[in-house]
Design a binder for this molecule. Structure first.
Ligand code: F0G
Length: 457
């Protein structure tokens, strides 16, 4: 794979520290082998998340200075509305402070006790807000997502046949929302095809169910459609995005990903004015007045600009190119990972690399810790460690995947950093049989992976 070089030059730099292996061992011991407890400055290459960690452009920083901090009707709010309408083609746009805030505003409108939400895969916070609204979340991804080694162009797709069965089973009046997550983060940042989205939307229309697009990584998804789906090779990302959003009724968005801002989110409603009244009514008490939605005027401004930069074709080529470069090098070195690579991260298949570590000794976490020790790289477990225990029985659940996720922030790391990641993994592979699993010494009841304490076995 030829590396598509950065379509920007670097104007400002932030030094990063390289600790010695002994120092890193001390830090990870002090953190009780939980990477969320590490200080960021003790991480050389921080791949914990691609959310809010991107580098803003000179234009965005200039926008920060222009931000209009008026409580109501600020210029920055109107600029954001205009920018978002231009990209999404929706009549109504509401800023909020991040993705989960959009979920908090929207889910209680569509869902309540006895209802279900069906998605190609709910992200953790989406699932949480579905449940907080009193409903249940059902995942319905295509089976090819589970096979990390086989090639399929759109492993993030909804299983539409199963979707119809689920609607019939629960009763259409009980399905409050169909959520299409683009790209499908939990399945490995995998894209959803336009054909699949269109089919899902036709099914939803037939049964009178609203389609919500979880748009966190919509631009990356559009890039994959352009590259892999017949009939889209000559369309622009903007045209593809317009078509994609035309199949939804509303969207929630964490703008901390594809809009390349450090904080921000959006709710969009295509045309239903009554629905938008409800969105505004929830935004005011939860987030703040409608013309700022929990953000400062300067954040609205940075978001208005970032939305436009996030759909630039050269940027996306470079961005997805980083993942393709990493994936090609890892394949060459025989390091198993979800292929083809997703848009925002490499999902290392720790189950395949470390078959001697059983799920209840957390292979994804073992590989995460080893990468930190080897090179100061911070990834995170997306597997049984993150999944946790059965809430009824307290028994450790077995995840379908045991991933170590390496999420790449936008416009932050260079090809040399990517090479360091590959070299570190090659070193680890040499001694993979000596890696040990982990046990938990303390854990909270919910979302344990953020604060649990572990020790090596
Ligand atoms: N939806 C998706 C698909 C996400 O990936 C995220 C966040 C959210 C919603 C929530 O947005 O963080 O702005 O409140 N994903 C981050 C991650 C945290 O690391 O994957 P938020």
């Amino acid at each position: 794979v030829k590396y598509f070089a950065e379509p920007f030059k670097i104007k400002m730099v932030e030094p990063i520290k390289i600790l010695t292996r002994e120092e890193r061992l001390k830090k990870i011991q002090e953190a009780d082998y939980n990477v969320f407890s590490l200080a960021a400055e003790d991480c050389y290459i921080d791949l914990l998340t691609d959310s809010g960690t991107g580098a803003m452009s000179a234009d965005q920083w200039a926008g920060i200075m222009r931000g209009d901090e008026s409580y109501s009707g600020s210029k920055s709010f109107y600029r954001l509305q205009e920018s978002a309408k231009d990209i999404f083609g929706y009549a109504f746009i509401q800023p909020v402070h991040q993705g989960r805030a959009a979920e908090k505003v929207v889910m209680p409108i569509l869902l309540g006790k006895g209802k279900v939400s069906i998605s190609n895969m709910h992200f953790d916070t989406t699932r949480a807000h579905v449940e907080i609204a009193g409903a249940r979340a059902v995942d319905c991804v295509v089976p090819e997502a589970l096979d990390t080694e086989s090639y399929a162009p759109f492993k993030g797709n909804m299983d539409n046949e199963r979707l119809v069965k689920l609607i019939e089973e629960y009763g259409k009046e009980n399905v409050g929302a169909i959520i299409i997550t683009v790209t499908n983060n939990s399945a490995g940042g995998q894209p959803v095809s336009m054909k699949n989205i269109k089919e899902t939307s036709e099914i939803a229309k037939k049964y009178g169910i609203k389609v919500v697009i979880d748009a966190a990584r919509f631009a990356e998804n559009c890039h994959f459609i352009k590259r892999r789906e017949e009939g889209y090779e000559d369309k622009s990302i903007r045209e593809i995005a317009k078509e994609l959003f035309s199949y939804g009724d509303l969207f929630t968005m964490s703008s901390k990903k594809d809009a390349i801002v450090n904080i921000g989110g959006l709710v969009g409603v295509k045309e239903d004015a009554d629905l938008f009244e409800k969105v505004k009514a929830n935004t005011i008490p939860f987030e703040g007045f409608i013309s700022y939605g929990g953000l400062a005027g300067r954040d609205l401004e940075a978001l208005a600009i970032g939305l436009q930069e996030g759909v630039e074709e050269d940027f996306l080529k470079y961005r997805i190119g980083q993942m393709e470069y990493l994936s090609a090098k890892l394949t060459e070195a025989g390091i198993p990972h979800q292929t083809p690579a997703g848009g925002h991260a490499i999902f290392l298949d720790a189950k395949k690399l470390l078959p001697h570590i059983p799920y209840h000794e957390f292979p994804g976490q073992a590989l995460t810790i080893e990468l930190y020790l080897e090179a100061g790289i911070r990834g995170c477990d997306i597997g049984s460690y993150m999944l946790g225990n059965d809430p009824d029985t307290g028994v450790q659940l077995e995840s379908q995947f045991e991933f170590t996720r390496l999420a790449v922030p936008r416009r932050v790391y260079t090809q040399s950093h990517l090479d360091v990641i590959v070299e570190a993994l090659i070193e680890i592979k040499k001694r993979k049989d000596s890696l040990k699993g982990y046990e938990i010494t303390w854990e909270p009841k919910i979302l344990r992976h953020f604060t649990a304490k572990l020790q090596p076995l």
